[in-house]
Design a protein. Structure first.
Length: 477
């Protein structure tokens, strides 16, 4: 079976001549690179286990043409995605196909990190000295003096020297094979074809990481004919990017890949510490509030206040009841004392956005959090705050209910300041009636299943929070 699709359905719907031709500009080097890559896959007999990863740029269109496993990666992230494929399926042959703007700019950290690991992955790097798809901007490989849409007077030293990626890869310990090839004449095309095949063969043999840089023509952005652009690559690019093998390490033994992963649900549950046992539910339906079917809650304080733990418990409580829930943490630079807040979303069916910039409910552990977030709680919302440390509330939206409970004082009276977040959850439950008390207590007991001695203390902290919030609500009434 051909590695290329019989018809290129995605190009002009595969009708007429377009069904047998690529979309690439006349003279573009991608077409030849595709041809040599397909030939190597065919000759090595690996089509049924090949996964091609292509990110943003002209290289992304690889999946239009090749009948192999295809994954599109985010800009620059193809090596990281390729690494995931290889670890998830060690027997797969993974090829990362990238352009110079993608690999050498936004994806530089990814390619260096994955190359240094040395895992058996093959990278085909197409270097045409420009951002081809997005308008011909200056790339890391753009030559000195070369004019682009973002260097209209030519690249200068103020924008740095051209990046020699093949030499960089060869200087790392991980790769076993690095070569730079070109496409401007028949002799060099033969070398390019052999290099691409070798890079993939070394992966088939499990020898290690291979990298082939292909100097390619981009007539469109060079504003040249295909013949002129071939001459330009030969005369202008070669002095900066000399061809040849940069590294070729003879390695007899295969790279020690891990055994195939176990995807069985039972094993997954064991690894993440989950349980296949059904959790008792206490709700008779999604919370009946004026906030609709997607509720946003923000828990905010300082590092060490327990806002993150409380947020996780809240999300777990919602999931136990069969609802969708997300938890997004945000930390300051300090491990203790810095800012710390979390957004929790609870939806009857699906959370569409995990952020809660205007939370229906705010649980605040300190005055700065109240000052920062309370004004953004919309009409009909609830602010639950630690009255031990918050002396004054900022102006709130009309109809916002404020419930003050002394989280810190209650926790101190119980002899453990760390339970003030559980006091806060109790106050949250009473102030909002989102879920029954047993929903929260079940989540707390789950979290403390390996520290059972702490369960009574936490249950008491929760009960105190409920009681004080009820008293505060009664007093306001």
């Amino acid at each position: 079976m051909s590695v290329f699709y019989e018809r290129f359905e995605r190009h002009g719907h595969g009708d007429g001549l377009k069904g047998q031709s690529t979309h690439y500009c006349p003279g573009c080097g991608h077409g030849l690179a595709h041809k040599y890559l397909a030939a190597a896959i065919q000759e090595l007999g690996i089509q049924d286990r090949t996964v091609a990863v292509s990110p943003v740029g002209c290289s992304v269109f690889l999946y239009y043409y090749m009948d192999v496993g295809n994954t599109q990666a985010a800009h620059g992230r193809a090596p990281a995605v390729a690494l995931g494929h290889k670890m998830a399926n060690p027997e797969s042959i993974v090829i990362s196909y990238q352009g110079d703007g993608d690999l050498a700019s936004i994806g530089l950290a990814e390619i260096v990190s994955v190359a240094q690991m040395g895992l058996p992955i093959s990278v085909i790097f197409v270097n045409n000295a420009t951002y081809g798809m997005t308008g011909g901007q200056m790339a890391p490989t753009t030559l000195m003096g070369q004019k682009t849409s973002t260097s209209p007077y030519g690249r200068t030293r103020f924008t740095g020297e051209p990046l020699k990626v093949a030499e960089m890869m060869a200087g790392l310990d991980g790769p076993v094979y690095v070569e730079r090839v070109a496409l401007f004449d028949a002799k060099n095309r033969v070398k390019a074809e052999k290099a691409i095949k070798k890079a993939i063969r070394l992966q088939v043999e499990g020898k290690g990481f291979s990298f082939v840089e292909v100097l390619a023509e981009c007539p469109t952005h060079l504003k040249m004919t295909p013949v002129e652009s071939e001459k330009w690559v030969k005369e202008k690019m070669l002095p900066i990017f000399p061809l040849g093998v940069k590294k070729d390490v003879a390695r007899e033994e295969a790279w020690p890949l891990p055994p195939p992963p176990n995807f069985m649900p039972g094993k997954m549950i064991d690894v993440i510490g989950g349980s296949s046992l059904a959790v008792e539910r206490f709700c008779d339906g999604f919370p009946r509030t004026a906030w609709g079917k997607d509720i946003g809650i923000k828990l905010a304080g300082a590092g060490g206040d327990g806002a993150q733990t409380a947020a996780l418990l809240l999300a777990r409580a919602a999931i136990n009841e069969g609802f969708d829930s997300t938890h997004i943490p945000s930390y300051g630079p300090e491990s203790r004392g810095g800012t710390s807040y979390a957004d929790v979303r609870i939806a009857e069916e699906e959370v569409l956005s995990p952020a809660a910039p205007e939370p229906h409910v705010l649980v605040a552990f300190n005055a700065p959090s109240v000052a920062k977030f309370a004004p953004h709680v919309p009409e009909g919302g609830v602010v639950v705050y630690d009255s031990s440390v918050v002396a004054q509330l900022p102006p709130l939206q009309p109809g916002v209910k404020a419930v003050g409970v002394a989280f810190s004082q209650i926790a101190a009276s119980l002899g453990k300041m760390i339970v003030k977040n559980i006091v806060a959850l109790g106050a949250l439950q009473e102030a909002t009636r989102l879920f029954p008390q047993e929903t929260f207590l079940t989540a707390i007991r789950q979290a403390l299943s390996e520290k059972c001695a702490l369960i009574p203390l936490n249950e008491e902290a929760f009960a105190r929070g409920v009681k004080k919030a009820a008293e505060a609500r009664k007093g306001d009434a």
